[in-house]
Design a protein around this ligand. Sequence first.
Ligand code: F6P
Length: 362
Amino acid sequence: MSQIRRIGLLTSGGDCAGLNAVIRAVVQRATYGYGWQVVGIHKGTAGLLTRPLEAQVLDLGQFTGGLLRMAGTVLGTTNKGDPFAYPMPDGSRLDRSQEIIEGFRELELDAVIGIGGDGSLAILRRLAQQGNIPLVGIPKTIDNDLGDTEVAIGHDTAVEVATEALDHLQPTAASHDRVMVLEVMGRDAGHIALSAGIAGGADVILIPEIAYDVEAIARKIDALRRQGRNFALVIVAEAVQTEDGEPVGEVKASGGVNYGGIGHYIGRRIAEATGAETRVTVLGHIQRGGTPTPRDRLMACSFGVHAVDLIAEGRYDRMVAWSGRRVIDVPIADAIRAYHAVEVDGALVRTARGLGISFGDA
Ligand code: F6P
């Protein structure tokens, strides 16, 4: 018999569509399936750093039918403030992990479900190990770069938003004889650009996993012109670098880069190389909103139910995952170790090449 009575639930890292659907699924499964209470922790682990703690009991009565359909997260989230090196006002860093563990104890939780990407799950796992907290993870990230799962919550909706952007750009590109460049998110992986590029009829897809040459892009655009096409669609992932190998964006105080702007660089270089009139759209955070697609909702429901069942079975330190048409679970440690970049010889890249789409490399 499970000794569980009360579980915690938090969303951590960048938000995405489908998080609310997971929250709803967890509360429904915990309530209907086991009669447990679910406590929603606000703003990821940040809700356990404040006193009083920022958390609330979630019950079915609070949920309107809208939650399943709503982007964002009603619990709030954060993608800053690693509790093991928390940025303090004087610029120093402080290990505040013990405060979070004490917050967890204060809420009298028997286990926690954390919904996050690789960075958040790594932090939650470290906290769980230090505080001996039973933890189950649910993968979410528009970037789809988590290992050991074919699907992460939010990616499908981001791809839909980016595809729709290409749908909107194509008629105006054709009306004005232009090359339209669309810059999409994805951090260091090109999954969004690749999938949306194929689905949205891009002529050129640039992803960080495949090195490009502006001359090759120009040749593709010239070939399209010779075929009688008066426009071209180019989709570029935010982590693609300049020809000199420089990432484009703002350097973060904590190190690393907040990507943004490679689309303008590519647009300028295409204009110089082809003489084409070029316009650039940077899609940005619009990809994180949007009404969750049916697929994201299905994944959210499957993951939420399975995560609660794992707790009931006493199987912790595991992340729910999707593989071969079913929900499974894997060690969190394996999932965060196995980074999932685009496979350059994979099915989608081969499909794109088969369609005559250029990656700017030939
Ligand atoms: O990881 C999700 C993501 O949306 C990336 O695709 C993007 O680079 C980043 O987060 C943006 O982060 P922020 O919301 O901090 O600007």
